[in-house]
Design a binder for this molecule. Structure first.
Ligand code: PLP
Length: 335
């Protein structure tokens, strides 16, 4: 590990998460899969609403927003976005207003995450563009508009994918290293779901920067793996620069295709992954992120049995619960 325990500790931070999150052995899953040691890093339990992994990113995003004197957070995402709901709650907690921009018209049936964002006090703007891929420039334009009105906006791209957002996971890599030391094992592989790329970028920055021996493998759930890999590398390098750590190289970024039938659409394998995790490890995995990352973990085990392996559970609890209620056949009216 790096000699300097103080790396990045001077960055402004708004405490949101309860850390460290548990690292637990999934022995039931090991037996079910006939595999060696599988450990789960429980970032579904970061303890701030149902923010999961996004709590770690928002600690540093809100930290910087507060430090520069912002009074309104501007963010965007799809109506299913965990990040938007978490951003709304984090902004309220830090005393900032929150404006959230969504693509397409306001849905008739709103997702739990949109409801949560509204309940947390965010102002919701629908139909600002047609698709989520077009959102980032509109976030900047919205922030410019607010600035012209005398407000002090802090704009973040989809998923909070900036070097600042990634810092939380560079710290998390060290958190995992300390827990593995204590438990007496060294992981060979760490598997994580990758969307906007900030989570994997932070993990790679921390892993390379602190000389940790494992390999981080990302399951790209919403973009072609090559595109996600470029984004992860760019963010990881920027994050390392910010932290004064040695930067990762191209070979440090490993992103695998995991979209299956599409973002948020579970394949048969993904459904099996979620069911195995639920029944054998008591884990709730959502069809957008967790189930697809678990499918990748199963593929990696089948390829070369890369254990000890760590499955980084990133949250997605609201969508995981919705998926269970959609797929569980009715057992009749409640008594
Ligand atoms: C539950 C969950 N897991 C994983 C991710 C992926 O994280 P990132 O966007 O940092 O790649 C997200 C992003 O929204 C998420 O909500």
């Amino acid at each position: 590990m790096s000699e300097d325990p103080a790396v990045g500790l001077d960055l402004p931070r708004c405490a949101l998460a309860t850390l460290p999150t548990p690292l637990v052995r999934a022995d039931g899953l090991e037996r079910a899969l006939g595999a060696g040691p599988i450990w789960v890093k429980r970032d579904d339990l970061t303890g701030f609403g149902v923010a999961g992994n996004k709590a770690r990113a928002l600690e540093f995003l809100l930290g910087e927003a507060t430090a520069v004197g912002a009074d309104v957070l501007v963010a965007a995402g799809s109506p299913s976005s965990n990040f938007c709901a978490a951003a709304a709650m984090a902004a309220s907690r830090a005393g900032l207003e929150c404006h959230l921009l969504f693509p397409g018209p306001a849905p008739v049936e709103r997702s739990v995450n949109v409801e949560l964002a509204g309940a947390a006090g965010a102002r919701l703007f629908f139909d600002v563009v047609a698709t989520r891929e077009q959102l980032d420039p509109v976030v900047l334009a919205h922030a410019d508009l607010l600035a012209a009105q005398g407000r002090r906006p802090y704009a973040v791209p989809r998923g909070g994918a900036t070097a600042v957002g990634a810092v939380g996971y560079a710290h998390a890599a060290r958190e995992l290293a300390a827990q593995c030391d204590e438990a007496g094992f060294l992981p060979r592989v760490v598997v994580v779901a990758t969307g906007s790329g900030a989570t994997q970028a932070g993990l790679v920055s921390g892993q390379v920067g602190h000389g940790l021996a494992w390999r981080v493998v990302g399951a790209s759930v919403s973009r072609p793996a090559a595109e996600a890999g470029e984004q992860v590398l760019r963010l990881a390098r920027e994050c390392s620069t910010r932290l004064g750590l040695p930067p990762p190289g191209v070979g440090d970024v490993d992103v695998r295709e995991a979209r299956g039938p599409g973002f948020g659409i579970a394949s048969e394998q993904d459904r099996t992954s979620a069911q195995l995790a639920l029944r054998h490890a008591g884990l709730l995995l959502d069809p957008y992120y967790g189930a697809k990352a678990m499918t990748l973990l199963r593929h990696l085990l089948a390829e070369d049995g890369s254990t000890p392996i760590v499955f980084w559970h990133t949250g997605g609890v609201s969508a995981a619960l919705a998926a269970v209620t959609r797929t569980t056949p009715s057992r009749g009216a409640p008594a």
